[in-house]
Design a protein around this ligand. Structure first.
Ligand SMILES: Nc1ncnc2c1ncn2[C@@H]1O[C@H](COP(=O)(O)OP(=O)(O)OP(=O)(O)O)[C@@H](O)[C@H]1O
Ligand SMILES: [Mg+2]
Length: 479
């Protein structure tokens, strides 16, 4: 087991963190968030998964060095989230071991509480099944577990802090208002970092905790410098100095730019899929065309990353212009290579500017047939048109409904309950049920060959090729 390097005179065993409830208390500016940040840095360095409920938007700087995803509502979030998606993200974080900063700094108090409740309640429920080590940091915890007031949120936080150990859940609770934090939780904390306090009420709380005389507590605590604290467990009580955070703390260095790593982008994809799922669960009819306003920031980039992640074997994105090295596809998908095999450069990277002029030379009957087809497709539901556009413009292989849903921003449940069966019956899409789920791939060339068969003698091979290129372009524009 590794060691957590908290400061020059305090090192903790990683095993001590599992299921631990640690409390960090002190007045404003005494160094609480720095201490918490150091603990999180050390846990992240040890690849210990965690979530941080960040009330002031000050933990995004962890991204400087670690793979952390920042979600919620605040200035520096990677993905904007509302309470509807909170539980799904919490579940992915715990299941996949993805560290998440839940930035609630930009939420109104009711929204914030609803978000945190949904997030923590799901962590609690899933932890009951998985029982994996996981840490939850909660800033300004007196706002979530106030002394003497009951609420579903408080019950949930208290339950995690008091009974999380058996489920692998540890907590780091942070507060500048020691006297306002629920006593039952505070007194159960197995580890305390007591920074400076000055108010009488807070001093009384410290006196109840520390095994010292009142006068001694007052003297020791009042003399604590920023970053120093009394470290208290059942085995020890001593003054320690906490090291300074290595990663950026707070939000005031304009030059700060988090490093975007491929892993982080991949993580975003996982979260995005969870959001899709959460939305699908909340609203099964949520389909493309209704979601522009609430799309997560840089949504397209996330989906690209997610797809690359899914496409690549062993996590490596396939080179887009090299079919030989593309993902090992299922048997059905292999046929699609064959159907497209007359292009040296794959069509999804090819600039098709020779097809437009070519159309003018087609007989009227072919142009009318083409127009009828486009009109028919244009009447299809929005999510089917996006699906067609996606499949027409992408690497010609089989895509699962999960991939497609993520790409076209459509709830997966909607794709399952309203499948593009008419497109399959027309012969434009090929559907296959595989162990990894239902897949779809486009079969444009076979479709054109069949549908325009009466004109084949007029078109010839070259005309057919140009017609396929033209239709591909038209389908792409449907989305
Ligand atoms: N261990 C430390 N060593 C050196 N400087 C520190 C240390 N801890 C904190 N500081 C300094 O003190 C400042 C305030 O620390 P921090 O933000 O952690 O306080 P806080 O107790 O969380 O305050 P608040 O209650 O306002 O959130 C930091 O910006 C940092 O400059
Ligand atoms: Mg702070």
């Amino acid at each position: 087991m590794g060691t957590l390097n908290i400061g020059p005179d305090i090192k903790l065993g990683l095993d001590e963190a599992i299921g631990q409830c640690a409390a960090i208390l002190g007045i404003r500016g005494s160094g609480k968030s720095n201490t918490a940040g150091v603990i999180f840095e050390e846990l992240l360095a040890a690849r210990y998964p965690l979530s941080i409920i960040d009330t002031d938007g000050e933990y995004f700087g962890l991204k400087e060095k670690y793979e952390v995803l920042v979600v919620g509502e605040g200035e520096n979030v990677d993905i904007e989230l509302d309470a509807e998606s909170a539980a799904g993200v919490a579940e992915v974080s715990l299941r996949e071991g993805i560290p998440v900063v839940v930035d609630v700094s930009g939420m109104l108090s009711d929204d914030r509480d609803a978000f945190v409740l949904a997030y923590l309640a799901r962590l609690w429920a899933v932890a009951g099944k998985l029982r994996k080590p996981y840490m939850i940091g909660i800033e300004e915890c007196h706002e979530f577990i106030p002394q003497g007031v009951r609420s579903p949120l408080k019950d949930t936080v208290a339950r995690i802090a008091l009974r999380g150990r058996k489920r692998g859940l540890g907590t780091v609770i942070i507060s500048q208002r020691s006297a306002k934090v629920e006593k039952d939780v505070l007194t159960q904390a197995g580890m305390m970092f007591l920074h400076r306090v000055v108010h009488e009420a807070d001093m009384r709380v410290y006196s109840e905790i520390l095994p010292w005389r009142k006068a001694e507590v007052k003297e020791e605590v009042a003399a604590l410098a920023t970053g120093s604290c009394i470290f208290f467990t059942s085995q020890t009580v001593r003054k320690v100095s906490v090291r300074l955070r290595e990663t950026f703390h707070g939000g005031f260095t304009p030059a700060f730019r988090p490093v975007e790593t491929p892993k982080l982008r991949q993580v975003r994809g996982e979260i995005l899929a969870a959001i899709q799922q959460a939305r699908a669960d909340a609203c099964p009819t949520h389909v493309a065309g209704h979601v522009e306003a609430d799309q997560p920031r840089s949504d397209v980039a996330f989906r690209e990353a997610w797809l690359r992640n899914r496409m690549g074997s062993a996590g490596t994105p396939p080179p887009v212009d090299d079919r030989e090295n593309a993902e090992p596809v299922d048997a059905g998908a292999h046929e699609s290579w064959g159907e497209e095999d007359d292009n040296v450069v794959p069509h999804w990277v090819r600039r098709d500017n020779d097809t437009e002029e070519a159309l003018e030379t087609f007989p009227d009957e072919i142009l009318r047939q083409r127009a009828r087809l486009i009109r028919r497709l244009d009447r299809r539901p929005v999510h089917e048109k996006r699906l067609l556009a996606f499949l027409a413009s992408r690497e010609p292989r089989a895509y699962t409904t999960t991939e497609l849903a993520a790409w076209i921003d459509c709830a997966e449940a909607a794709l399952v309950s309203e499948p593009p069966s008419e497109l399959v019956e027309m012969g434009l899409l090929h559907r296959e049920r595989l162990s990894r789920g239902t897949t779809y791939r486009i079969r444009l060339r076979p479709y054109v060959t069949e549908a325009f068969e009466p004109f084949f003698s007029e078109l010839g091979n070259d005309g057919l090729h140009r017609l396929v290129g033209d239709l591909r372009q038209a389908l792409t524009e449907l989305g």
